[in-house]
Design a protein around this ligand. Structure first.
Ligand code: ADP
Length: 246
């Protein structure tokens, strides 16, 4: 198996407090890899380091064999690694289709322009529609994004991410705030997306993590406690302690 994303000695200090401490992480191509751990474990900090929203205090990160340690998020997006944004990235007053068009326009390097003629923008429609079909939003094409349920807004967010044609997606708590039905739908979606892509996700829902992940890295107090498939990490006494003690 080849490596998509790799961190070595990844460390982040906030004014002397070490939030992430010498983390070595390898995400294999074509896998679903989950980052879990109790509150305060350093998951968000790690995620922000890997997506370059934070600069590490020490350590290095490579993506597809290239050193991305000093790159900006936009640069790594061009290499094919994209972070799925929080719901705020969805334009509530635009239609579902228009939201995906914006992402397609961005991928082509065009700046986003609300005033562009409908005819000019409609050249993106077939592709936008295909992304909406992929995330199960075909019926909602012409709805205002604001009208979507929470779970469907997250699906729209994934559609706009897919519009950037990523090889690797980083998902920050894709199931957060979702009811059971949305969780089931989103799990299917992630599985489908992962067929020809690599996924790294931070996720609290352990059932989802158990169902979806090929590999799990458990963090606690900024360090890796355990790594492996769900059966392996869930049996680790350190992991059980960390969750109970949290
Ligand atoms: P998790 O996502 O696993 O809950 P975080 O990465 O959010 O953990 O936080 C790990 C630790 O780092 C926590 O103790 C948190 O208080 C601390 N931390 C996170 N961000 C900052 C920051 N910007 N300044 C200071 N401390 C921070």
């Amino acid at each position: 198996m080849s490596v998509a994303l790799q961190a070595k000695g990844l460390t982040k200090e906030f004014k002397g407090f070490v939030a992430v401490n010498k983390v070595d992480l390898t995400v294999e191509k074509g896998t679903i890899h989950a980052l879990i751990g109790p509150n305060g474990a350093g998951k968000t900090t790690c995620f922000n380091l890997l997506t370059k929203f934070l600069q590490p205090t020490a350590g290095s990160i490579t993506y597809d064999g290239r050193d991305i340690t000093k790159m900006l998020p936009a640069d790594i997006a061009r290499l094919g690694m994209v972070r799925s944004f929080q719901i705020s990235a969805v334009f509530p007053d635009l239609s579902v289709l228009q939201n995906v068009r914006v992402a397609l326009q961005r991928r082509r390097g065009d700046s986003f322009d609300f005033w562009r003629s409908e005819r000019e923008l409609s050249r993106f429609d077939d592709e936008a529609q295909a992304h909406l079909d992929a995330v199960g939003l075909s019926e909602f094409t012409h709805h205002r994004a604001a009208e979507l349920s929470y779970g469907r807004k997250r699906a729209l967010e994934i559609a706009t991410t897919l519009a950037l044609d990523p090889e690797m997606l980083l998902l920050d708590e894709p199931m957060a705030g979702m009811g059971q039905e949305d969780v089931a739908r989103t799990s299917q979606l992630i599985r489908r997306i992962a067929k020809n892509r690599t996924i790294l996700m931070v996720e609290h829902n352990l059932k989802v993590v158990a169902d979806l992940s090929d590999k799990i890295t458990v963090l606690a107090r900024g360090e890796i406690l355990a790594e492996g498939d769900y059966a392996t990490v869930s049996k680790s006494p350190e992991v059980v302690d960390a969750y109970i003690g949290a």
